[in-house]
Design a binder for this molecule. Structure first.
Ligand SMILES: [Zn+2]
Length: 360
């Protein structure tokens, strides 16, 4: 695990240039060349044609999705996709957004290539132009990939997308006052209520949306359960919206998981630097992604075009939430004035209150 943390750090730092990776800049070009080489070193074959580069023009600029394929034993089956965007929003390192996820996608791909045994091809997709002004528009990398190379050509079995997966989750200090014992001690520390705190129980949280995209995705998530070092919080995508590259898959009925630690204090700022990331947490996420992909590889997903007629994942969400929050579950509920989560209406109100606190 230590070794993997180290590899992830090297992989992340390799594209955290001081001047960033914004579309059309020199840093973007350097990142593209570097990442293409990394996909090649891993043994990736082109997704289509002869190149790992899937270039496309948009409004007079040239863009490039980097997409490789780790061959499975049955290339006729629709592949599993692991994806993350590699562009940056500002001319700064943007480590958590999204160099960390790119590093995890690459290392997960390397582990899958080395271990073998997948029936389906595993596609490693490093998307261009996720950030504004391209976000959710025609020029967005994942949109172009889906519309130009997936739709009506080669369907994707399921997509696992990551964004903002390098950091610990912190909580507003005010929330501590209700925690037994800790609350009393916390009250003695002046200014604590106003601080953003990293708490061991919560720092390892990882939000996962998409269990609702297909019954088999919920089964796959539950089969993996709580992996070592992480506390999984499955939640509905509609609570947070299509925040990243999973949106195009979701809207087209492709089963998906979207993994994220949410926004944090350094989101879209020059202080989102590689020294602030938790590489141990990232190594747990890497193993988790490989496990999810392994589960998803095995299942058939019939009826996938009707995914919006969703089965309810309330029970899954509540039981994971209780386990993941542990001793903080009751104090957090009290703090938010929530008596219990017995139905979807109560879950909606719980999540809305959490969102208003900035916890997720
Ligand atoms: Zn971003």
């Amino acid at each position: 695990m230590k070794n993997l943390s180290k590899l992830l750090r090297t992989e992340t730092e390799a594209i955290c240039y001081p001047d960033g990776r914004m579309v059309g800049t020199d840093g973007h070009e350097r990142a593209k060349v570097h990442l293409k080489r990394r996909l090649k070193e891993m043994g990736c074959k082109p997704y289509i044609g002869r190149s790992l580069e899937l270039n496309y023009p948009f409004k007079g600029k040239s863009f490039c999705n980097l997409v490789g394929r780790i061959p499975g034993t049955n290339p006729k089956l629709p592949p599993v996709l692991i994806g993350a965007h590699y562009d940056s929003v500002i001319p700064f390192p943007c480590a958590d957004d999204n160099a960390a996820a790119v590093a995890i996608a690459l290392q997960a791909g390397a582990m899958i290539a080395e271990k073998g045994g997948f029936e389906r091809d595993v596609v490693i997709a490093l998307f261009d132009a996720e950030e504004p002004p391209y976000f959710l528009g025609e020029g967005m990398g994942s949109h172009r990939f889906y519309e130009d190379h997936v739709q009506g050509k080669r369907e994707i079995h399921a997509a696992i997308i990551m964004d903002l997966v390098g950091h610990d989750i912190s909580v507003p200090g005010s929330m501590l006052s209700d925690v037994p014992l800790i609350g009393k001690v916390a009250a003695l520390v002046s200014g604590l209520a106003k601080m953003d705190l990293s708490i061991p129980t919560l720092s390892s949280l990882l939000f996962v949306t998409g269990s609702e995209s297909h019954e088999e995705m919920a089964v796959a998530l539950d089969s993996v359960g709580h992996p070592e070092g992480l506390k999984i919080v499955p939640t509905l995508n509609r609570y947070i919206g299509d925040m990243s590259d999973h949106g195009i898959f979701r809207r087209n009925g492709v089963p998906y998981f979207f993994l994220s630690c949410g926004r944090w204090a350094h989101y879209h700022t020059p202080t989102d630097t590689p020294d602030r990331l938790n590489y141990s947490k990232m190594s747990h996420i890497t193993h988790y992604v490989v496990k999810l992909a392994t589960e998803v590889d095995l299942v058939e997903m019939a009826d996938r075009k009707r995914v919006e007629r969703i089965h309810d994942t309330l029970e899954l969400e509540t039981s994971y939430l209780r386990q993941s929050l542990g001793i903080l579950y009751n104090p957090i509920m009290r703090q938010l004035g929530v008596k219990g989560i017995r139905n979807r209406k109560e879950m909606n109100s719980f999540v809305n209150k959490l969102l208003s606190l900035g916890l997720c």
